[in-house]
Write a protein that binds this ligand. Sequence first.
Ligand code: X90
Length: 279
Amino acid sequence: MQRKIKIVADSASDVRELTGIDFATAPLKISTSEREFVDDLSLDVGEMAGYLKSYKGTSRTACPSIGEWLMCFGDAEEIYCFTITATLSGSYNSCMNAKAEYEREHPERRVYVCNSLSTGPEMGLLIEKTKELISSGKDFDEVCLGIEEYSKKTGLIFMLESMKNLANNGRVSKVAASIAGVLGIRAIGKASDRGDLQMLDKARGEKKALETIVSRLKEFGLKCGNVLISHCLNERCALSLKELIEKEISEAKVRIQAARGLCTFYAESGGLLIGFEKC
Ligand code: X90
């Protein structure tokens, strides 16, 4: 009998839909004292960013609850979950609790939870690989192993124009954030092995920033692999980066997507997140 298989990710993955396989996303939430934005498919990311720009108070985020993860599981028998880095969010923890509850109620069903140690487009690459592993006919344990192996060969680079929301919510130090606060300066960094932000460069102006990103991609081993760029309301810049990567690393396969709410909140308008394969 065919097993009922599903992929589930939190909305930090920036994945909106996945064809050919059952897929659901657990939304994170962004809120102020006046409004709450649920990061689901109906969220207008641009409207949210516009509102937050004019809002003077504090804003915060919340990860999906155990119940929200369970709702995504539905009645699937084999579930592969992906969460934003557990170093910066409770999403992984919440998902692990959902897994425990689900497997207790349905002992014959299996749930795998991947702590991506990253976010956005690196999660997207992991999810695409998972779909590929499943369609090649691998069983549950083989798919899990395949994901672990693949995740050693992926990375994430980010470019931020502002780190205000990261600093205000205690996800980076105020000192680190002050780099990106200066007009025209872009902070470039990567997801560290521990799953937090590691700053690498500061670049003045967009052209310099994009050149720096490409030289970092080379240094970290991008050759003929996939590159997935999430842009935060900045498609024009993402297109320039795509062009530059294709010029400098001609065998790389580059795609662009719009970031969803959670990544747009933290990477802020103008920001880029770049997931890539290391070989
Ligand atoms: O649980 C929650 O409320 C969510 C908290 C998320 C905090 C960090 C989000 C970072 C998003 C910023 C640049 C990329 C960082 C990569 C680090 C691994 C995007």
